[in-house]
Design a protein around this ligand. Structure first.
Ligand code: NCD
Length: 349
């Protein structure tokens, strides 16, 4: 137990490295409860609706700030929903580079020092445009817990939690799995956090499919090995698909490429790293297809997951996105529990 272990500090979520296997098992039990409760409530179960309403007691003394320096839809709104489901007040700035004092040149450290004093029991979910932004924030946040909602081309640990939770709900295990990861593993922060978390389990094999210039950085490959798991690297997707339990596909993040990157090469990558109905014929029946979303919908012919794949029973990316709420609720609930403990011990001030 690492993340859940008692401590005199807030339970930040800065990196996927904050968790061990036991933590995830515990987190997923809680997320599973929340997911089932929401499901039953929706289906007309009166008791479930009552129990769901009671969850608001958990966070009613708390205020959740949301500071997003990069665009976001799912992450921001699922954090927001999760916080409100637990009764927290929520306020924040989307596009904080433009709308917050970040536009006037305020450093993130100064911004944090302000938020920290607005409410007796604050929390902060933050997306930043540089790696280690959340850690930078935590260093000046005092006793305010920080959740990293993605930091540039660094990490996206809460996304990895919901990704793994999705796999767990599907396979009822996290050991003995082959995960094909495709697209941009160089700058894909969801991939970075996912390999850190998934390699905590036994006998997980990764097949990393990407063009040679978008390969997973060496430090993450090292972590896979250090955790006792294995990987192979491929340039072409099809052979890998046949071996996959999970196909985790990602977007080529145009905005993170150098501005002078050759457009023809980029278009070539888009054509090659694309899943369509034909690609699906290479996958086993039990394989599931995941994607952190958004997918690139500008030109449907170049979208990395063809819209027709949505009809395939193996597509899981929307379920995966929905899992963002119960997983973030479980994270918040654990963080709040720790804050209450620190408060009782007089350690919050
Ligand atoms: C991703 C992100 O922002 O890192 N999306 C997400 O949070 N669900 C992936 C992406 O932008 O391609």
């Amino acid at each position: 137990m690492k993340w859940y272990k008692g401590s005199k500090r807030p339970r930040h979520v800065l990196s996927a490295k904050d968790f061990d296997r036991e933590d995830l098992e515990r987190l997923f039990r809680r997320a599973d409860y929340f997911a089932d409760l929401m499901d039953r409530a929706k289906r007309g179960d009166k008791q479930a609706r009552k129990d769901f309403r009671k969850l608001r007691k958990i966070g009613r003394d708390f205020f959740c700030y949301m500071l997003f320096y990069e665009p976001s839809t799912r992450t921001r709104l699922s954090f927001d929903t999760a916080a409100k489901n637990l009764g927290m007040n929520v306020a924040g700035s989307e596009s904080a580079r433009h709308f917050s004092s970040g536009a006037k040149g305020e450093t993130v450290e100064d911004t944090i020092r302000n938020l920290n004093g607005f409410h007796p029991f604050p929390l902060l979910a933050m997306r930043y445009d540089q790696p280690k932004g959340a850690a930078q924030a935590a260093a000046v946040a005092g006793m305010m817990p920080i959740l990293n909602a993605g930091d540039g081309h660094g990490e996206h640990p809460t996304q990895a939690c919901l990704d793994l939770f999705t796999i767990f709900r599907e396979f009822d295990r996290l050991d003995d799995l082959t995960i094909v990861i495709g697209g941009d593993s160089l700058m894909g922060r969801t991939v970075h956090s996912l390999v850190i978390l998934a390699s905590l389990f036994d006998n997980v094999h990764f097949i990393l499919v990407s063009p040679p210039d978008l390969q997973l950085p060496r430090k993450y490959r090292r972590i896979i090995r250090r955790n006792g798991c294995s990987f192979t690297q491929e340039t072409y997707p099809l052979a890998a698909m046949q071996q996959a339990d999970i196909v985790y596909w990602t977007r080529l993040q145009r905005e993170r490429f150098p501005e002078d990157f050759d457009p023809d090469t980029f278009a070539g990558y888009q054509k090659l790293y694309r899943i369509d109905a034909e690609t699906m014929t290479y996958m086993a029946e039990h394989t599931i297809v995941m994607h952190p979303l958004p997918r690139n919908g500008d030109n449907p012919a170049l979208c990395e997951i063809d819209l027709e794949v949505d009809q395939d029973p193996r597509a899981r990316y929307f379920v995966q996105a929905h899992n963002g709420v119960p997983v973030r609720m479980a994270l918040f609930a654990a963080i709040i529990k720790q804050q209450k403990k620190l408060w009782r011990a007089g350690l919050l001030a």
